[in-house]
Design a protein around this ligand. Structure first.
Ligand code: OGA
Ligand code: NI
Length: 337
């Protein structure tokens, strides 16, 4: 069996050709700013008005922020990273039983981004899980490592609480009622991508994930606590978002950009790889109900003749997103009025 995934346990000596980007499309790592400019929001702060303002500012200016004192227990986070690491260390034959290139599968191990659509691959393996409602999906999750289901379900529930709380703050920061944003999104689904970026022999020639925006509402990213790799685009420059102790990175996705009538930015971000150490990240995606009609509520469109985007359902958007390649124009552009 040809191993399609990268996490085979055998170190690579050379970067295979199908991962090499053309010169115009490389990470140009020396040009990336190392300044820590992505805001860190302390959710332990009692002053709600101030918190909402900080979150609103971050969403408008950056489309991304980090949160600390977020209420997810340290142990839940550490255990999550531990089972993620153990999973990718399983024998390749066992992992390959979960391998699929079909994005509609609710549990699948895959590699790169969209192997059937893309020409150049990315230096990443990932395990993607549908997570909510838990009782529906949990039985199908991997049962090796043996604590996987227990650890991941705990983590999923805690992160969901955080995500819903952030959506309330975001709603208020837009001048809307606390529950307005959640109301539009309906019964939200939740997906998880456990990303594994193996050490890469020529990191300057390729990406772990090339520049993209997330198609969902809100993403809560748990980064490897040791290894850098996440970068966001700010004012036309790539900026590193290095691991901050006990923080999550929160980024606005396409649905919040549409729902806020373009006021909040779905941030462009990418993951770069390195030659020395594997890197793990765990992305939790809150997603609108499939039938949720995404439209900016009237207070946000009052000053314009028409909203920036036409109304669409999330399922329509999601199908469009996965039918494309990450490198194409922004999917939201296709929904402009
Ligand atoms: C993602 C993502 C970034 C990272 O999974 O959508 O952007 O640092 N991940 O792994
Ligand atoms: Ni992303």
């Amino acid at each position: 069996m040809e191993a399609k995934i990268l996490s085979t346990g055998f170190p690579y000596r050379n970067l295979p050709r199908k991962y090499v980007r053309p010169e115009s499309d490389r990470p140009k790592l020396p040009e990336v700013s190392g300044y820590e400019i992505v805001p860190v929001v302390d959710l332990g702060c009692d002053d709600k008005a101030r918190l909402n303002q900080q979150i609103g500012d971050a969403c408008r200016r950056f489309g991304v922020f980090q949160v600390v004192n977020h209420g997810v227990e340290k142990e839940a986070v550490e255990e999550m990273l531990r089972v993620a690491d153990e999973f990718f260390k399983l024998p390749v034959e066992e992992k390959m039983e979960l391998y699929s290139e079909d994005p509609t599968r609710t549990v699948r191990l895959s590699t790169s981004f969209n192997v059937t659509k893309e020409e150049i691959h990315n230096w990443r393996d990932y395990l993607r899980l549908h997570c909510w409602p838990l009782h529906q999906f949990l039985p199908h999750w991997p049962s090796n490592p043996s604590s996987f289901k227990e650890v991941v379900s705990k983590y999923v529930e805690a992160v969901r609480q955080l995500g819903l709380r952030l959506e309330e703050a975001i709603s208020e920061s837009l001048g809307l009622e606390q529950d307005c944003v959640k109301g539009i999104l309906g019964e939200q689904g939740q997906h998880m991508a456990i990303n594994y970026y193996p050490p890469c022999p020529e990191p300057e020639l390729t990406y772990g994930l090339p520049a993209h925006t997330d198609p969902n509402t809100l993403t809560i990213l748990l980064q490897d606590s040791q290894v850098c790799g996440l970068q966001v685009l700010h004012d036309g420059k790539w900026v590193a978002v290095n691991p901050h102790p006990h923080a999550f990175v929160v980024n606005i996705g396409d649905q919040l950009q549409a729902l806020s009538n373009g006021v909040y930015k779905s941030v462009w971000h990418r993951a770069v790889v390195n030659a020395d150490k594997p890197r793990i990240s765990v992305a939790s995606f809150l997603c609108p109900d499939d039938n949720a009609l995404i439209s900016a509520p009237p207070p946000l469109t009052a000053n314009r003749s028409s909203p920036v985007y036409r109304n669409f359902t999330y399922s329509e958007y999601y199908k469009k997103f996965w039918s494309r390649n990450l490198d194409q124009e922004h999917c939201l552009e296709l929904f402009k009025n």
